[in-house]
Each structure stands twice: as structure tokens, then as C-alpha cells.
Design a protein around this ligand. Structure first.
Ligand code: PBG
Length: 326
């Protein structure tokens, strides 16, 4: 026999003992469920995201009802906008009769306690497929921020609870805070995409919305995947500009950034398990290469263990079902 004083396995010997000292928990209360919506009727499959659909507003209502039944009471909306409504300045993004405001009104009428988050950025509305206004191949910062403020106020007017700017323009958090306050929306929160990387993992999302850039890439505004210290500067700015919550995106390949941000800020930290992370797990599970239930929950607990309070995930309803023992 080995002469060992410390045998860590004694603390793993049964589920009850393991439960004594489990450090991290997952609950449907941690999830924000991203939903793709479109103005037509019925649902449309998204090829690179099996299990996710583009939803009509009726189908969206049904999906939210099902998610709430599992304890997921928080969603974020992403609109697929018809080509004919797209333009280089993305004016449709602040049309009060547009798809997103209409969806928010329907949701809040039915469920006033549902937490509705909206994305602020031009890409779904931009004929260039960029998050900002493009002139001569350049993405204009300050001109874009003006439009984003109109978009944010329009969403707040429709009843959004949380505004989530995903555009990565400089100074947009402060500008949106001031625009919201001026319009009387002091209670509407800002969830800033603080460390949003120029990631290849957004590919399936861009399929879902047909929003891929028409030229170039997003590297002049989204962050370089090689950098973590730069995320601390973005954090400092977003805190100073009045963000209520901050986000790291993607999640799985950036757990170190989640850890660094969560240690550096008292604000709640969100992490976005993005479309490509979802697609990878789904594809492997559909091939029978991974055990879906266990892998989905492990991918999420890892994000929580890294320091995320909130997780945006396409698995929200499915994972909640697992957590509810189904
Ligand atoms: C748009 C936006 C993107 C995502 C969320 N908001 C795509 C992008 O920046 O190109 C990606 C989400 C995902 O991949 O699941 N500003």
C-alpha cells in the first residue's frame, strides 16, 4: 500500500460527498436565450445551426412560452431583415414599426416580467453587412454611434429591458446611456459587448441573418483574438461610460478573458456561447461522436467556472430541460 496522507479521491467517493463541495452551479436563471426572428410566416431552418430556426412572431411567442416553462425568462432578439429594407446607413434599425419593436411589444404585452434584451448594431440592417456606416471602405465611428443611439431609444420605447450594443464602436456606451436618459429611460440597462473578438465562430449566425460583410472583415472594430490585456482597457471604458453589465464573446475559446474581466470588475459578467460553438457541439453530437447532454452542460459549467454570471446560449431551453431532469 502507498503511504499517502492526502488522498483527494476520498472527497469524490459518492455523489453526496461530491455535492458537499461543488463550487459551481448552473441554473436556467443564468441563461439568456438568443432568438432569430423574421417578418414572414412560419419557421425557416438554419443550415449551420441544427435545432435553431428563424421564427415568425407567432413561432417566437410559442418558443418563449416553452422556454419560460423550463425557467428561462430572458431572451435576446436578432432580426433577419429583408434585403429591400437594408441600406448603407441602416435606417430601418430605428423604424418604430420595424420587426424588433413589433416583437418586443408582443412579448411584453403577453409577459410583462419577461426580460427582453435587444442587440444594438447595424449589421442586420446594413446593405454592406457591417456593424457601422461604411464610406469609402472605412467604418465611420461617430456617425455610426448617432444611429445606434436612435436604435437604442427606439427599442426602449417598444419596451426593451436591456440594450446590448454589439457593434464595438468607441464611445457608444456613454452616448447610448445619455440618449436613453434624455428620452426618459433611466431604468433601461446596458449590457455592453465589452470584449467582442473578430471571431470565425460567428459564421453560422451570419448565415442565419444573411448578414455577412459584403467586403473585408470586422477587424478594425472587433478585437484581435490574440489579445487579453486590451480587454481590460475596453472594460475600463465601458465601466466609466456607465455599462451595467459587461460581456465576453465568444465564450469557450476565451475563458481566460472571462476570468480576467470577472476578477477586475464588480459588475455582472456575461459570456456569449456563440453560433459556431453551438454548431461544433451539435455537429459532433449528430455524428454520435459526443454525448450531447453531458457535453452541453459541461460547456456551460466551464463558462460559469471561468467567472461568467450570465450565459447567452442557443442551448438555453435544451440545457434548462436537462437541469430540470428531463
Ligand atoms: C452583430 C452580432 C454578431 C453576433 C451577435 N451580434 C455577429 C457579428 O458580429 O458578426 C454573433 C453571435 C453568434 O455568432 O452567435 N453585431
Amino acid at each position: 500500500m502507498l503511504d499517502l496522507i492526502r488522498r483527494p479521491r476520498r472527497n469524490r467517493k459518492s455523489e453526496a460527498i461530491r455535492s458537499f463541495h461543488r463550487e459551481t452551479f448552473l441554473s436556467p436563471a443564468h441563461f439568456i436565450y438568443p432568438l432569430f426572428i423574421h417578418a414572414g410566416s412560419g419557421t425557416q431552418p438554419i443550415k449551420s445551426m441544427p435545432g435553431c430556426l428563424r421564427l415568425s412572431l407567432d413561432a417566437m411567442m410559442k418558443e418563449v412560452e416553452e422556454a419560460r416553462a423550463e425557467g428561462v425568462n430572458s431572451i435576446v432578439l436578432f432580426p433577419a431583415i429583408a434585403d429591400k429594407l437594408k441600406s448603407s446607413r441602416g435606417e430601418e434599425c430605428y423604424n418604430p414599426e420595424g420587426l424588433v419593436p413589433e416583437a418586443i411589444r408582443r412579448l411584453k404585452k403577453q409577459w410583462p416580467d419577461l426580460v427582453v434584451t435587444t442587440d444594438v448594431a447595424l449589421d442586420p440592417y446594413s446593405s454592406d453587412g457591417h456593424d457601422g456606416i461604411v464610406v469609402d471602405g472605412k467604418i465611420l465611428n461617430d456617425e455610426t454611434v448617432e444611429v445606434l443611439c436612435k436604435q437604442a431609444v427606439c427599442q426602449a420605447q417598444a419596451g426593451a429591458d436591456i440594450i446590448a450594443p454589439s457593434d464595438m464602436m468607441d464611445g457608444r456606451v456613454l452616448a447610448i446611456r445619455e440618449a436613453l436618459d434624455e428620452a426618459g429611460f433611466q431604468d433601461v440597462s446596458i449590457l455592453a459587448y465589452t470584449a467582442k473578438y473578430a471571431s470565425a465562430f460567428y459564421g453560422p449566425f451570419r448565415d442565419a441573418l444573411e448578414s455577412a460583410p459584403k467586403f473585408g472583415d470586422k477587424k478594425t472594430y472587433q478585437m484581435d483574438p490574440a489579445n487579453a490585456r486590451e480587454a481590460l482597457m475596453e472594460l475600463e471604458l465601458d465601466e466609466a461610460e456607465g455599462a451595467d453589465m459587461v460581456m465576453v464573446k465568444p465564450a469557450g475559446p476565451y475563458l481566460d478573458v472571462i476570468r480576467r474581466l470577472s476578477e477586475a470588475t464588480p459588475l455582472p459578467v456575461a459570456a456569449y456561447q456563440v453560433s459556431g460553438e453551438y454548431a461544433m457541439i451539435k455537429a459532433a453530437c449528430q455524428n454520435g461522436w459526443l454525448d450531447e447532454r453531458r457535453v452541453v452542460l459541461e460547456s456551460l459549467i466551464g463558462i460559469r467556472r471561468a467567472g461568467a454570471d450570465i450565459i447567452l446560449t442557443y442551448f438555453a431551453k435544451q440545457a434548462a430541460r436537462y437541469l430540470n431532469g428531463k
